[in-house]
Design a protein around this ligand. Structure first.
Ligand code: 5AD
Ligand code: SF4
Length: 492
């Protein structure tokens, strides 16, 4: 479930398409294909295109990203740092002198991926290439990575990215074991050059780390404490992005609505949303991920007041049972969560609501699952991302008793997904005949077929006789619906 939504939490990205943001302009030229055969505009840029003073060419880098949008965006900034140091980006690890993996450790499967990658190329320290592990697995495993993969020379967690240039210098000087693993920083990762993947939609991190302490979650350990970026710096970057032709910005944070402006201005999150939307040239502003405890009426008031604020809220509930929520240390009850939903539902224009749910948390009973199912029925989510509980290192729930067997977790996940499927089938069938504004982001190999996403973050595949629609806003009438997707045609 969740495919109609363009949230991309589970996306595995390859870093093959890009544009430049943050004050440096390069227009997009090339194209890449995604797994559905849709073609997206992008460009292969070289350091020489960045303009300004650059160091001599240092070689080539390959950067593969796993996990969430925060990681995608961190990779865009890492790529910016490398390009400005004189590296060129390449599409395969075989042709790179520097190979970097930006990793995810939210669930065990995601964390394993990097070790299979590291084993894949039969790399040895003697083949001259520099291998680096970045992100959450780097933070979680630390120096253990050097033991498991002795050919790795750089291990750097996301809280240390602001030190990346220094760390790279050490690696370039021939150091074999370079680490950046501090999480006690109060800095955010800002860089003069960000190489953005999408030419029209820009990610922008406004808050890093997490101060919540959900008992299953490794993020507070891997990303460190919460650090909010100064509002004036955010707004400056938004204006630059608009000048560069980006029309949609997506504000990012693990708990984006816990934003606390560190400047004297002390902008509230809702005020920041409105100020971002005010930047000339910006047509859409979205934000993810919201934490229910910090979700307040003024956010909905802002969405009501400013049509540029997208009508979509991603509000992970994790479970419909207050007992399980307590064990998860989620800081709200089922009833309190439903009050937040009521605030969103009271908006003047309909707001899509999506969620994350974990099944099989230690001690979860059939009754708890029934409560989650009845919550789905009560909220009628537009999309759901669902996961089997995965025990993670350094988390409080690791030591909890009453673990649920893997098979039982799969059974519960199946029941949950079937329920959501019914809800989405019913919801989608009511959308036939409706017209949405889409930002066109992809072109199919099939003649006259395009895809784009709505303000409420649905992806719609549609047909149009027009050419050169990428990056444009078009009206699309929905003509077909499945549980997982909508299709349509461009409205006159
Ligand atoms: N096991 C399963 N799912 C998890 N998530 C976070 N930690 C775990 C875990 N240990 C899910 C939550 C979160 C989403 C990004 O990943 O649902 O909202
Ligand atoms: Fe993890 Fe909870 Fe923080 Fe989200 S709010 S990143 S689930 S600790």
């Amino acid at each position: 479930m969740g495919k109609t939504f363009d949230i991309g939490l589970e996306r595995l990205t390859g870093g093959s398409e890009f544009s430049i943001g943050s004050g440096i302009t390069t227009k997009n030229q090339g194209t890449t294909k995604d797994k559905d055969g849709f073609v997206h505009a992008g460009t292969g840029i070289e350091a020489s295109q960045l303009g300004g003073k650059r160091s001599a060419s240092r070689g080539t880098f390959f950067l593969e990203t796993f996990g969430c949008q925060m990681n995608d965006h961190d990779s865009e900034k890492v790529a910016g740092v490398l390009l400005s140091r004189g590296y060129q980006q390449v599409e395969s690890p075989e042709s790179a002198s520097l190979i970097l993996y930006n990793t995810c450790s939210i669930r065990e499967k995601a964390a394993q991926k990097v070790f299979s990658r590291l084993g894949e190329f039969g790399l040895t320290p003697s083949d001259g290439r520099i291998i680096g592990v970045l992100g959450c697995v780097a933070q979680q495993e630390g120096k253990e990575i050097f033991r498991r993969a002795p050919w790795v020379s750089l291990v750097c967690g996301s809280a240390s990215y602001s030190k990346l240039p220094e760390l790279l210098e050490k690696v370039e000087a021939g150091n074999q074991r370079v680490t950046g693993l501090d999480t006690d920083t109060d800095e955010t990762f800002e860089t003069p050059v960000t190489r953005r993947d999408n030419p029209w939609r820009a990610y922008l991190t406004i808050i890093e780390g997490c101060d919540k302490a959900c008992s299953y979650c490794v993020v507070p350990y891997t990303r460190g404490p919460e650090r909010s970026r100064a509002s004036d710096s955010i707004l400056r970057e938004v204006r630059q992005l608009a000048d560069l032709g980006y029309s949609e910005v997506q504000l990012l944070g693990q708990t984006v609505n816990s934003y606390a402006d560190p400047t004297a201005r002390k902008m509230r999150f809702s005020e920041l949303l409105l100020a971002v939307a005010d930047a000339p040239g910006i047509r859409r502003v979205r934000f993810t991920t919201s934490h229910p405890s910090d979700f307040t009426q003024d956010i909905v008031d802002a969405i009501d007041a400013q049509p540029k604020l997208c009508n979509h809220v991603h509000l992970p509930v994790q479970s419909g049972s207050t007992k399980v929520l307590r064990a998860m240390q989620r800081t709200y009850t089922r009833e309190e969560y439903l009050e937040k939903i009521a605030i969103i539902r009271s908006a003047k224009r309909p707001i899509s609501i999506t969620t994350d749910i974990i099944v099989g948390f230690p001690g979860e009973t059939d009754e708890d699952l029934s409560e989650t199912l009845s919550l789905l029925e009560a909220v009628k989510y537009d999309a759901m991302f669902s996961f089997k509980y995965s025990p993670r290192p350094h988390t409080p729930s690791l030591k909890m008793s009453d673990a649920i067997p893997e098979e039982e977790k799969s059974r519960r996940l199946g029941i949950l997904q079937e329920k959501q499927r019914e809800i989405q089938t019913a919801r989608h069938s009511t959308m036939i005949g409706e017209t949405f504004e889409l930002l066109v982001g992809g072109k199919s190999r099939r003649e006259n077929q395009w895809s784009g996403h709505t303000s409420c973050h649905r992806v719609i595949n549609f047909s149009s006789q027009e050419q050169a629609l990428l990056g444009k806003y078009v009206q699309v009438r929905v003509t077909g619906a499945t549980p997982n997707g909508l299709s349509g045609e461009q409205a006159p």
